[in-house]
Each structure stands twice: as C-alpha cells, then as structure tokens.
Design a protein around this ligand. Structure first.
Ligand code: 5AD
Ligand code: SF4
Length: 444
C-alpha cells in the first residue's frame, strides 16, 4: 500500500471532491496518511476563485518541490480548479507530476501507477457526477458530512471563474444521493450538508419520463430519511430561490433554519454589471419571504468589495443593504480579477487596491457589529445544538452549532459527541455563543 496525502483548498465542494479522490485511491492500492512527509504521493486539491487562493497553492508547491529534491521518488498531483485553469503551466512547475481537473478523478489510479501516460487530464464533462462513488470520509469523520448533489455552474456571474474551471451544471441522481445519506445515517452521522454551486437549479429528469425532481422535492426526500438527521444545504442563488424551498424547510424540523444567500453587492448598477439576475429590491423581497415563512431563520451572505467601476455611492448601498437585512454572518472579499471571466474581458478593474481594502474593512466592521448584535439577541434563549467535538480553547468544553449555524461552546456535562442538547445561551462574542446544557434530548 502506497501512502497518499491530500491537501484541500477552497470551498466545501473541494472537501467533498477530496473524499471522492480518497475513495478512488484507497480502492486501488493506496492508503491515506496525515502528513506530507509520510506520503509517496501528495495530491493538492486547488481553488482558483481569487488570486490569493492560487498564490497560497503555488507557495505550497514550491515547498513540495524542495521535498522532492531530497526524495525524488515523491510524486505530486495537482487537482481541482487551478488544474483546469493553468494546465501546462502547472505541469511545468518542478513539483508537479500530474495535473488532473475536477471531472477526471476516475483516471487518477491509472495515472498514478503509470499505466496511463498523459500527465495532463483536464477535460470537463457534461455528465460526470461521481454518483456511484462512496466518498471516503477521511476529512469529515463521524458526525457531519458533505454530500455533493450537483456539479458545475451555468450562471456566468461576471467576476466568477467557476463556470470555466468546473464546467456545465449537472445534477446527480436523487436515488444515489438518498442511498449515500442512508449509509451515513447507518454509520452514525447526524448532519449532512447538500452541496451545489446553485442548489436552487437542481433538476433531475428521470429517463423513464416520470416527474422531474427539483430541489424542494429532493430536500423533502432527504429530510424524510431520518428524523435524527439534520439537513443543511448551500449555496442558494437569490434569482432562483423560490418559496417552495422555504415551505419545505418550514415543514421539516430537521432541516436547519439557516440560509446562505450571497448578495455580492447592494447596488443595482453593480448587480447588473455582475450579471447576478436580481435587483436590490428583489433580494430584499426574498429576505422578507424568508422572515415570513421561517421566523428566526439564520441568514448569511457573501459580499465583494470594489468590483469594476464601483463608486463610493455603490459601496454605501452595500452597507445600507447589510443594515436592512441584518445578516447573522458574512464572508467578505475584495474583488480579484480572474482571467477570461466576463468582467476581465469587458470591464476595467479600476478600483484602486487601497480603496478596495478600505471598503472591505468598512464592510467587515459593520458585519462584526451586526454579528455581535445578532448573537446578543440570542443570550438567555435556548437552542438545539448538535455536539460536534471538543472546543479548541478548552478540553472541558464541547462545541456544536445551532440550527441557525452559530457556533456554540459549552461545558461537556454528561453529553457526548453526536448528542442533541438544549443549550441556554449565557454570553457571546461576535463569533461564538457560550452556553450551558439544559438537557440532552437526542431528538430534533
Ligand atoms: N473576487 C472576489 N471574490 C470572489 N468570489 C467569487 N469570485 C470572486 C472574485 N473574482 C466570492 C463570491 C462568491 C464566493 C464563493 O467567493 O462572493 O460567492
Ligand atoms: Fe470551490 Fe470555486 Fe474555489 Fe473551485 S474556485 S474550489 S468551486 S470556491
């Protein structure tokens, strides 16, 4: 058995892909190890979403190149989004033996044992979903797992590299999704997160011509698998998120009361340039629907500062939208131009870097205040928390998340990992709730 080490950058989708790769390799004479120094093969699963993500990977490859000089038998494969984007350029890096894109992972065992020669495999597929491959849960052991329900993206947001590096959108057979989740429940898992770039456009058309399955129907079926299984999903798209999904969430107590709904900007001019397909008013209308149908629902978002031509006025619109929605959490970025995207081809990246940083800092400061206010409003309330593991800060505490996706830390009491507990919140910071167990329920 040859030891392999897999390092993952970027989004949850990549974590899920790494587990597919781990299965393919462990079924073919390789075994996972925890440190690159122990490995015969290192796999780096990469992200292209921002330039900074790519730079981190290149720095890591430089380190692996130094390791290879000491041990020439060491092999390195680059997987993921950078593989598709950079192709031969990556292959020319002194560390790199293979470059394998997101739709070519089935070729990996053959490539690694040298039975297949071509070291560059980056063709994208219109159909590959790895539906039949049971991920090896080496990165998400025990309690909470990711389940990919679709791949690729057809949206063409102007700033985004994903459609170019991950290809066309395709949905996975719901039967294979349900089977995978039933296996997870049988293995003791208590939470799944369904993954897709735009889950609202999930659509499975059965070959026998029977009724197509949309996302609300899939969610309903997954929630019905076990009342003990929490269900999360990401990412929703404001232009496609319909009330049917909200009603399905309301009907199932085990679908977590949380929605990640990236807004990107609060300015209509910028949203139009970004090709997002909705206005500020339409976004706020979606938020109003969430609040009406799912009271208390956690709402998080993604925001980009300094997109092409963004003015101070546009930026203020983003801040005012944040205030209007009062997001519980946000992932905030400064715009990073990606080669060949719509924006790179049609617009100038004309907001100076210092201005991007200043705007991003204002966005972060505001969100810190909103997150703190949101958490303060939870103090003295009681929430159901799934115990996920030992707190990083103290061995005596556990951590878990509320349905609304807030991290909660509390003394262990007599609970164990995988329990459902009711927690009374005693205090908070902008990032964490602190509480105490009221009782173990072990039901949702
Ligand atoms: N620059 C900055 N942020 C980006 N994102 C996607 N592309 C870019 C880019 N070129 C952000 C978006 C998206 C999240 C996953 O990453 O906010 O929702
Ligand atoms: Fe995930 Fe996008 Fe990064 Fe690819 S580019 S790993 S899809 S975040």
């Amino acid at each position: 058995m040859i030891p392999f080490y897999i390092e993952t950058y970027g989004c949850q989708m990549n974590v899920s892909d790494s587990e597919v790769v781990a299965r393919l390799l462990s079924d073919n004479g390789y075994q996972p190890c925890n440190r690159p120094e122990e490995a015969g093969v290192i796999l780096v699963n990469t992200c292209s979403v921002r330039d900074s993500a790519e730079k981190r990977v290149i720095a890591r490859l430089d380190q692996f190149a130094r390791m290879k000089r000491k041990d020439p038998s060491l092999k390195v494969a680059v997987l993921g989004c950078m593989a598709t984007r950079l192709k031969e350029e990556l292959l020319a890096h002194p560390a790199v033996d293979w470059v394998v894109g997101p739709d070519s992972y089935r070729l990996l065992p053959g490539l690694l044992d040298a039975s297949q020669a071509a070291p560059l495999q980056v063709k994208l597929s219109k159909t590959e979903t790895y539906a039949d491959i049971k991920p090896y849960r080496c990165l998400t052991p025990g309690i909470t797992a990711f389940v990919t329900i679709m791949r690729g993206c057809d949206n063409m947001c102007a700033y985004c590299i994903v459609p170019y590096v991950r290809g066309r959108e395709r949905s996975r057979d719901p039967l294979s999704i349900e089977e995978e989740i039933r296996d997870l429940v049988a293995a003791g898992y208590r939470e799944v997160t369904l993954l897709g770039q735009n889950v609202n456009s999930y659509l499975w058309k059965p070959e026998d011509g029977s009724t197509p399955v949309n996302f609300a129907m899939l969610l309903d079926r997954v929630a019905g698998i076990s009342p003990l299984l929490r269900v999360r999903y990401t990412t929703s798209h404001p232009k496609d998120m319909q009330d049917d999904v909200l009603h399905t969430m309301a009907a199932h107590p085990n679908i977590c009361n949380h929605i990640h709904l990236p807004v990107q900007s609060g300015s209509n001019d910028i949203l139009k340039k970004m090709n997002r397909g909705y206005t500020r008013e339409q976004y706020l209308e979606r938020i109003a629907s969430i609040r009406r149908i799912l009271p208390g629902c956690g709402i998080s978002t993604d925001i980009i500062a300094g997109f092409c031509s963004e003015t101070e006025e546009d930026h203020l619109q983003t801040l005012s939208l944040m205030e209007a929605v009062r997001f519980d959490q946000a992932f905030m970025f400064r715009y990073s131009q990606r080669p060949n995207t719509l924006a790179a081809r049609h617009y100038r990246d004309d907001v100076p870097e210092a201005e991007k940083i200043a705007r991003l800092n204002r966005i972060i400061d505001l969100q810190n205040r909103l997150s703190l206010e949101s958490n303060r409003a939870d103090v003295r309330k009681v929430f159901e928390v799934l115990v996920e593991g030992v707190s990083k800060r103290s061995d005596e505490d556990f951590f878990g998340r509320t349905q609304t996706n807030k991290v909660c830390v509390f003394p262990r009491g007599n609970s164990t990992v995988g329990d459902y507990v009711r927690i009374k919140v005693k205090s908070c910071s902008a990032a964490t709730l602190k509480g105490e167990i009221i009782n173990k329920t072990n039901r949702i």
